[in-house]
Each structure stands twice: as structure tokens, then as C-alpha cells.
Design a binder for this molecule. Structure first.
Ligand code: MG
Length: 165
């Protein structure tokens, strides 16, 4: 099959807890000031994990958990920017580029709106595209379920890839 576009979907979640169980709250490579953070093997950046899986998924490449297993000590505490950079490197080597990324972050606190511009810039740099091609939306859990209770962060992401420059 010869096609010029591929779409991928990614999802991730991390339980949130106070330190020392939870680490610093990192989303999209940014440290957000908050009282709880992800319980994770890496830095627990759910936004980067979901976007990395969306990018890899678009080309049906092995997913994040397969390429960077949490049973492997070399990924312990590592910045998730490394995972996304490696995924981007793989799609570039295969002749593809990211067209745009759209992600929804389900998080009760903090609200993402003050961080939105910086998040888009940071993500754009990692994806090697313009900030106008990155969208990140924050949603609360309306006080319901684990997101609403502030003990879970969830992220859904889609990435469109195109062939060539
Ligand atoms: Mg994760």
C-alpha cells in the first residue's frame, strides 16, 4: 500500500502520589509545581509517553513499553524526552515527518492553561515542527473518578505523519 499520510493514537496514565512515592510532576518535559507527582519507573511524563506511542503507532513500530521496558534499569529515572526523540529519529530515518499532534490531558490539578504556550513550544521542539502544529488541551475530571480525586493523570494523543519534507 502506497500512502502519504499515517495516523497514530497513543494513551498513557500514571498514578499520582505525594513524595517520596510520587516524583516531581512532569508533563511535556516541563516541571509543574504541585503537591503530588507520578509513580513511575521513568520520570512518568504521561504526555510524552502518549505522544511517543502515537508517533510510533502511526508507522506500526514497536510501542514505548516494548522499546523502553520498565524492567530495564537503563530507563530508570530517565527523561521521557529521550523516548520521544528516539521515536522521532526512527520515523525520520523511515522518510516520515510529523504533520501535527493533538493531545488531551485529564488532570484535576494543576490547571494546564497557564502552561499551555510553553508546553506547545517544548513539544514542538521535540517533534521538530512548529508550535502551531501542536495542540494540548487540559480537562478536569469534574471531581469524579480517580482523575477527579487527583490520584491519576491520563493522556490521549493523536499524531499525523506525512512522507518526505
Ligand atoms: Mg507512562
Amino acid at each position: 500500500m502506497n500512502c502519504s499520510f499515517r495516523i497514530g493514537h497513543g494513551y498513557d496514565c500514571h498514578r499520582l502520589a505525594p513524595p517520596p512515592e510520587g516524583g516531581p510532576l512532569v508533563l511535556g518535559g516541563l516541571h509543574l509545581n504541585h503537591t503530588v507527582g507520578p509513580v513511575a519507573h521513568s520520570d512518568g511524563d504521561a504526555l510524552l509517553h502518549a505522544v511517543t506511542d502515537a508517533v510510533l503507532g502511526a508507522l506500526a513500530l514497536d510501542d514505548l513499553g516494548t522499546q523502553f521496558p520498565d524492567s530495564d534499569e537503563q530507563w530508570s529515572g530517565v527523561s521521557s524526552k529521550v523516548f520521544l526523540s528516539r521515536a522521532i529519529q526512527q520515523i525520520h530515518e523511515a522518510g516520515w515527518r510529523v504533520a501535527n499532534v493533538d493531545a488531551t490531558v485529564l488532570l484535576e490539578r494543576p490547571r494546564l492553561s497557564p502552561y499551555r504556550t510553553e508546553l506547545r513550544q517544548e513539544m514542538a521542539q521535540l517533534l521538530n515542527i512548529e508550535p502551531e502544529c501542536v495542540n494540548i488541551k487540559g480537562k478536569s475530571g469534574e471531581g469524579l473518578g480517580p482523575v477527579g480525586e487527583g490520584v491519576l493523570v491520563e493522556v490521549h494523543a493523536v499524531a499525523l505523519l506525512h512522507k518526505g519534507d
